[in-house]
Design a protein around this ligand. Structure first.
Ligand SMILES: O=C(O)CCC(=O)C(=O)O
Length: 281
């Protein structure tokens, strides 16, 4: 996996905001190749007639089977994952995949699926107090998102540090006490966001289909989403890259060291400091 150094400014911005924009993560050639593969998967959605007045039928959130497309399998070890390793540790794997397409909606349609949430449902068990960061999603933009309400996921800046549920006044859809960011992005840019940040789907009121691919990475002790049930031997057979092997859940159990990314981190001088079980006093 190609190494990209996480800068101090990027780390600070991610830690403060709960998300980070990475410009030009994918070059135009890659965007084209990945979009062609994604369009193949989204074919039935793109060709079905629009269901008028029912915006929920005009969004695609496809999760299983994405990695059968070679271009999407290659993306599992894209250089942007370097940043995730540096923000977490080498002990990660691919936790989720999603292809999200939104067709244009009529401007007066209600904002369906405005569902502010934190990822991985951790608060259901642990509550909102002092939640840990356990996963980071990379949202690769396959189309431009250069105006408001054009399909990009909304981020509540700094809400990853909240110790309570998001407060939303009755009859409103957004929280008044945090900055709701409808981030402007271009095709090829990536938006990294962590599991604790409150975020929500938003309508696409532009005149083009919006397209993103979201790959979630989590610590290896986090069980993958069901459609990635690992290890998938068919996928593992397609790669001899040890890092892909790790990210695709190729190690037998969670006690196996994350050798591939550990070695990689060491080679690039970004291995985390060891955390001992005990210390001498
Ligand atoms: O459809 C969207 O924009 C929302 C995506 C989302 O909530 C997620 O990936 O967790």
């Amino acid at each position: 996996m190609e190494f990209v150094q996480l800068s101090d400014a990027q780390r600070q911005s991610f830690n403060e905001d709960g998300f980070l924009v990475v410009r030009n993560a994918l070059d135009p050639e890659k965007v084209q190749r990945v979009t062609e593969a994604s369009d193949r998967l989204a074919g039935p959605f793109l060709t079905k007639p629009e269901v008028r007045g029912r915006p929920e039928y005009n969004h695609l959130d496809l999760r299983p089977g994405l990695l059968r497309e070679e271009a999407l399998l290659e993306l599992v070890t894209h250089s942007t994952v370097s940043l995730v390793v540096q923000l977490m540790t080498p002990n990660i794997h691919l936790h989720s995949t999603a292809l999200i397409y939104k067709r244009p909606e009529t401007p007066d349609a209600p904002a369906f699926r405005r569902g502010w949430h934190r990822d991985i449902r951790i608060p259901r068990d642990l509550g909102h107090q002092s939640l840990p960061l356990v996963g980071i999603k990379i949202c690769y933009c396959l189309t431009d998102f250069t105006e408001s309400n054009c399909g990009m996921t909304l981020m509540a800046r700094t809400s990853h540090l909240k110790n309570e549920p998001l407060a939303i006044p009755r009859d409103e859809v957004d929280p008044p006490d945090v900055e709701v960011c409808d981030v402007r992005l271009n095709a090829g840019d990536a938006l990294l966001f962590e599991n604790r940040i409150f975020h929500t789907a938003a309508p696409n009121r532009s005149n083009r289909v919006s397209k993103v691919l979201i790959y979630g990475y989590a610590y290896r002790w986090m069980r993958t989403e069901v459609y990635l049930e690992v290890p998938d031997q068919e996928l593992l057979k397609k790669t001899d890259d040890p890092i892909a092997h790790q990210l695709l859940g190729g190690y037998r159990d969670v006690d196996t060291q994350p050798w591939a990314l550990q070695e990689w981190a060491k080679r690039h001088g970004v291995q985390p400091a060891p955390v001992p079980w005990t210390i001498e006093i």
